[in-house]
Design a protein around this ligand. Structure first.
Ligand SMILES: [Zn+2]
Length: 489
């Protein structure tokens, strides 16, 4: 696994200027910390926590650090939601997202923002292993472990905290937004120390995570099992241990304790391991820099493979062939995969991609509609169908499809962006501006949202209902903007 080596070097070289000398970035045991249960600083309100997590998420997305793939993101969010359905999540919403970075890592930012690194998804052997790490991270949020870290800091502001977190989590130096580099360095060092959570925090997260796993029907033995495997396999890499081990030190007690607690839950078996195999393959393909080499490696996999693994390899081949513009062959593989198992959304999406590229738009649309007939309202299929309709010059169809989809409460940044494009192309100017405004709002850019709504208002001059709808929305935003200005020092 060359990946580990690369990341190890990256951590060692990039953390150095940020962390002080005593914070060796490759420590495998916990640092003794002062008790952070009794914060010296101010308490963070739930709104503060939400703002912090959200700003971190938005800043990672803006800097291109997140995996931009609707299917993988929907899968991770779905897996998280399954875990939360049984967890005492304190009525909070959680946002799971994928960080496009090869290190084996995951983190839980305040406010329910949980980042999973692509390296972790690739390293996981089973869905239960991945779920175990996610359950552990959910527990860090419910127990407010990271939030307490910031409460303990003497100075706190959201931009500073975001800068520190991105630097620490993605092993980067301070950026120019942070004026006082010395302050940043000091704080980043102490945050890094405290993110290397205390042994008590880690055991608490394991214990609560095991309960979350068990009640959601996953096998909680993978909590201890994953940490033990990670530690065992990382020995081969010497000093360059995976990032996750650095913040989650493993010892035999911890593993034994986790395995013991899991006993109470039995060992449920994943009823459909194929889903995870396909998603892990997709992550591997999306992250590969040399498609040809990966294709050769996949075709070279010999020996006794589990049937799900073999199917995933075929899927990976098809994705790579699409990347390499060998669409005919990709379509042929997907056809045969669908003949064996017609219930997999990823196949419909990939086949539509091949067919569109081959100029067979009608067949692409038919493939996506076939998928939609099995999974009505599916988010990824809907977006793909809208995109395909747009490229087949059916902007009106895309517009109507997305309008209906949004009415079901599915709107996210991707949907609003696509809807704005479809609306503009099909001559619905008012709706185009309104969609653009909602997209900006989701990106926390209220000023641009207000501008768009004002344009929408002008475009709606002869439509009374649209005008009053927009006026109401505009008033909401302008009031919020003024309240913000008042509360700013
Ligand atoms: Zn942890």
């Amino acid at each position: 696994m060359q990946r580990l080596t690369r990341i190890g070097v990256l951590v060692a070289s990039m953390c150095a200027p940020v962390l002080s000398a005593q914070d060796s970035p490759l420590i495998l045991h916990p640092i003794d910390l002062p008790d952070i249960g009794d914060p010296a600083g101010a308490l963070l309100t739930p709104t503060d926590e939400r703002n912090l997590g959200r700003s971190l998420f938005l800043s990672l997305r803006e800097s291109g650090d997140l995996l931009d793939d609707t299917l993988v993101n929907a899968y991770i969010q779905g897996l998280g939601d399954r875990l939360l359905a049984s967890a005492d999540s304190l009525g909070q919403r959680y946002y799971f997202f994928v960080v496009n970075e090869g290190s084996i890592n995951a983190f839980a930012a305040p406010g329910g923002y949980i980042g999973i690194f692509t390296g972790l998804i690739e390293f996981a052997d089973t869905e239960d292993e991945l779920a175990a790490v996610m359950a552990h991270e959910i527990a860090h949020v419910t127990q407010r472990h990271m939030a307490r870290t910031f409460e303990a800091a003497e100075q706190f502001s959201v931009p500073l905290a975001v800068a520190i977190l991105s630097a620490v989590l993605l092993a980067r130096g301070a950026n120019s937004q942070v004026a006082d580099a010395a302050l940043f360095g000091g704080l980043a060092g102490s945050v890094q120390q405290k993110i290397n959570f205390t042994r008590a925090n880690e055991q608490e997260a394991d214990r609560i995570g095991i309960g979350i796993l068990g009640s959601a029907g996953f096998d909680p033995h993978y909590m201890g099992g994953f940490f033990a495997r990670l530690e065992r396999e990382s020995r081969y890499y010497g000093e360059q241990a995976p990032e996750f081990l650095r913040t989650h030190p493993v010892n035999s007690n911890r593993v034994a304790d986790a395995l013991g607690r899991a006993e109470a839950w039995g060992k449920p078996k994943n009823p459909d391991p194929q889903v995870f195999e396909l998603m892990r393959m997709r992550v591997q393909v999306l992250g590969s820099k040399d498609g040809r080499a990966l294709l050769a490696r996949l075709r070279d996999q010999k020996g006794a493979l589990a049937p799900e693994r073999r199917v995933a390899i075929r899927y990976g081949e098809a994705l790579l062939l699409n990347q390499l513009a060998q669409y005919e062959e990709a379509a042929r593989i997907l056809e045969s995969l669908l003949a064996d198992d017609a219930l997999r959304v990823p196949y419909y999406l990939a086949r539509a991609e091949s067919l569109l590229a081959l100029g067979r738009a009608d067949q692409a649309l038919a493939s996506l509609r076939q998928g939609m007939s099995l999974y009505p309202g599916d988010h990824t299929l809907t977006l793909a169908l809208a995109r395909a309709s747009l490229s087949a010059n059916d902007a009106e169809g895309a517009y109507r499809l997305l309008q209906a989809h949004n009415r079901e409460g599915n709107a996210d940044v991707d949907t609003w962006t696509l809807l704005a494009a479809a609306a503009a192309k099909s001559g619905h100017q008012v709706a185009a501006h309104e969609a653009q405004a909602e997209k900006y709002l989701l990106e926390d850019n209220r000023e641009l949202a207000i501008q768009q709504l004002k344009q929408a208002q002008r475009a709606a001059s002869d439509d009374y209902y649209a005008r009053s709808r927009i006026a109401t929305r505009l008033r909401e935003l302008e009031t919020a903007e003024e309240d913000d200005k008042k509360s700013r020092p």
